[in-house]
Design a protein around this ligand. Structure first.
Ligand SMILES: [Zn+2]
Length: 433
């Protein structure tokens, strides 16, 4: 029997507001804490958890940026002649995204979302590698790099697999007592919340299902390990979207032209602008300041949130909507979606959660990048303590390697709304937005 198994269970979008009045995992992980999220979508949150660093350090923030010189999408420009009824269809976009991903050898999650083909050659895509794989960050190492360098036997979910497949694979490695660190990624709650909202009666059964799985996993783990250190956590919460705003139409009414005077990416909860002349900067800024549903983010605020990029790579001006307002249509989706995240981290529904069976979580664990520190601490502890009980036993007939590489792709989104959205993680964002 081994001494310790650290188990990190990542339930996407299982925010503080989702569980604070629910007995979710009260028995197996009674120590609960609200955590601050990272400003941005899953494209920012997940890399921050995996690396313990913030967007201004690792530079995994928003997916699309204005960078015509490096745009790999020139070949798609010819598609601008397609009628919108075809080019904006989700099924067409998903099929094309798969094709482009293979062609461009992108290793992470990729989606063309709703970026118009007319302007697509102005943009580059910033996540060409998967932050879930070794050396997958835009800058610096992640937890998988750490585990590999430290030669710690680990199991990490593969986002290309379903929740059930990932659960079975983890169960298998735990059963064999072959790992000193386990990381499970469950994205389906995020997809469900995007679709039905945060007050739906469908949420409780989903949480009960997770509890059942966790109890099963813990039972199996306790047969092989004397102690299981359990951490259940999320990257952000989910806000219902009760107000839609056609920001694109408001901007396009101004006497400035996209591609000539400015460039913009309309994410679902924010718009990021680059300007080519001072008049455009002034005209757009003045127009944005008159919109009561959002605000231009001051540099000081972006800096405080660790999302200020001195080279303005992700945008010179960031206009962020208030919680509950959604840009429709946006470059992320043509149609509305019931709920979204990616608002200011201090908005009520942005907060993430951490639940543990460990009675003491260090006080300095206050935001999601700090989960990385817990992962490193417990992986090292388990590796040291388990080493004394001998090397991991060889699998009898197990097709799954002990060191599981991280995911190459994220799961296909279960988008029902047509909002591809969640800018990043694949379930809606495929979930990933
Ligand atoms: Zn999402």
């Amino acid at each position: 029997m081994k001494a310790i198994l650290p188990l990190f269970i990542f339930i996407d979008a299982c925010g503080w507001e989702i569980i604070k009045d629910d007995p979710f995992c009260q028995t197996v992980a009674p120590n609960r804490r609200r955590l601050e999220s990272v400003f941005g979508y899953s494209s920012a949150c997940v890399p921050s958890i995996l690396s313990g660093r913030w967007p201004d350090e690792h530079r995994n923030w928003c997916y699309f940026v204005y960078d015509p010189k490096h745009s790999p999408f020139r070949m798609l420009k010819a598609l601008r002649w397609l009628p919108k009824a075809i080019s904006s269809r989700r099924i067409v976009r998903r099929w094309l995204s798969k094709l482009v991903k293979v062609q461009l050898k992108f290793r992470g999650y990729f989606d063309l979302y709703n970026i118009p083909f007319e302007h697509i050659s102005l943009f580059d895509f910033t996540e060409k590698k998967s932050p879930l794989r070794p050396r997958g960050m835009n800058r610096g190492p992640n937890i998988v790099d750490f585990l590999e360098e430290s030669e710690i036997a680990y199991h990490v979910s593969d986002p290309a697999r379903t929740e059930t497949e990932n659960f079975d694979a983890m169960l298998d490695d735990v059963k064999g007592g072959r790992i000193d660190f386990g990381f499970v990624y469950w994205p389906d709650l995020d997809g469900l919340l995007h679709r039905v909202g945060n007050q739906s009666p469908e949420i409780s059964p989903k949480l009960r299902g997770y509890e059942e799985r966790l109890r099963w996993l813990l039972d199996v783990a306790h047969e092989q390990y004397q102690e299981v250190r359990l951490y259940i956590f999320s990257d952000h919460g989910m806000a219902n979207c009760d107000k839609l705003i056609d920001l694109k139409a408001s901007i396009e009414k101004l006497p400035v032209r996209m591609g000539k005077d400015y460039a913009v990416v309309y994410d679902s909860t924010m718009a990021r602008f680059w300007f080519f002349n001072e008049a455009a900067h002034r005209t757009v800024t003045e127009a944005l300041r008159k919109i009561p549903d959002g605000a231009v983010m001051p540099d000081e605020e972006l800096e405080r949130l660790h999302c200020l990029f001195p080279d303005r790579y992700f945008g010179e001006l960031i206009f962020l909507l208030h919680e509950g307002v959604l840009i429709v249509p946006s470059h992320m989706g043509e149609r509305p979606i019931r709920a979204m995240h990616g608002y200011h981290p201090n908005e009520k529904h942005s907060y993430a959660a951490l639940l543990s069976n460990q009675p003491e979580i260090p006080e300095e664990v206050t935001a999601i990048p700090h989960i990385y520190n817990l992962m490193v601490r417990d992986a090292v502890l388990a590796h040291e303590r388990n080493g004394a009980s001998g090397p991991p036993s060889a699998p009898e007939e197990d097709p799954i390697p002990v060191r599981r590489r991280m995911p190459q792709t994220k799961p296909e989104p279960e988008t029902v709304t047509g909002f591809s959205a969640c800018v990043r993680v694949p379930s809606l964002e495929g979930k990933n937005l």
